[in-house]
Design a protein. Structure first.
Length: 159
């Protein structure tokens, strides 16, 4: 009899933990969709979801005037160029006509993971680095590529 009661209590504890996990995932999805609707309500287009070091996701968004992400923003008219970086090595670069970007940052030794970033170079030293993640399965590469392509389109569209 006691074995059946313990088995039932164990099953109930397992079901409760699964229920809590599923409700937590559902809440995260609903809050992310709400934040997405709020950004789109401002007239912005979501380019990519940026992971942060604390496990939350933020948006890289654009509108007619600029780009916005959790750590900052940059106006399109004030951009001189951009670089797509992998472990600080330059993968791709784009500039406005007649602009020259500063020397790229020094390469870092390989630490066993890919760190993808997009460096934005603005006028008057208003430079920004957008961290796109360190996930090895190509997710970070896709995020960084989306961000860089949006910036490239803005820079080339201004020509």
């Amino acid at each position: 009899m006691w074995i059946k009661i313990l088995a039932l209590l164990g099953l109930l504890a397992l079901l409760w933990s699964i229920f809590r996990l599923s409700m937590g995932l559902r809440w995260a999805k609903v809050s992310r969709e709400s934040a997405r609707r709020e950004e789109e309500g401002r007239g912005r287009r979501i380019v990519a979801e940026l992971p942060s070091s604390d496990g939350t996701l933020g948006f890289f968004a654009e509108d007619h005037a600029g780009f916005y992400w959790p750590a900052g923003e940059a106006g399109k008219s004030g951009l001189r160029g951009a670089r797509l970086l992998l472990n600080r090595g330059v993968i791709a670069a784009v500039t406005r006509p007649g602009e020259v970007l500063p020397e790229p940052p020094a390469l870092e030794p390989f630490e066993g993971r890919e760190r993808w970033e997009v460096a934005l170079y603005g006028t008057a030293g208003r430079d920004h680095t957008i961290t796109c993640g360190t996930v090895r399965e190509g997710v970070s590469r896709e995020i960084a590529t989306r961000v860089f392509d949006a910036v490239r389109a803005a820079l080339e569209g201004g020509r």
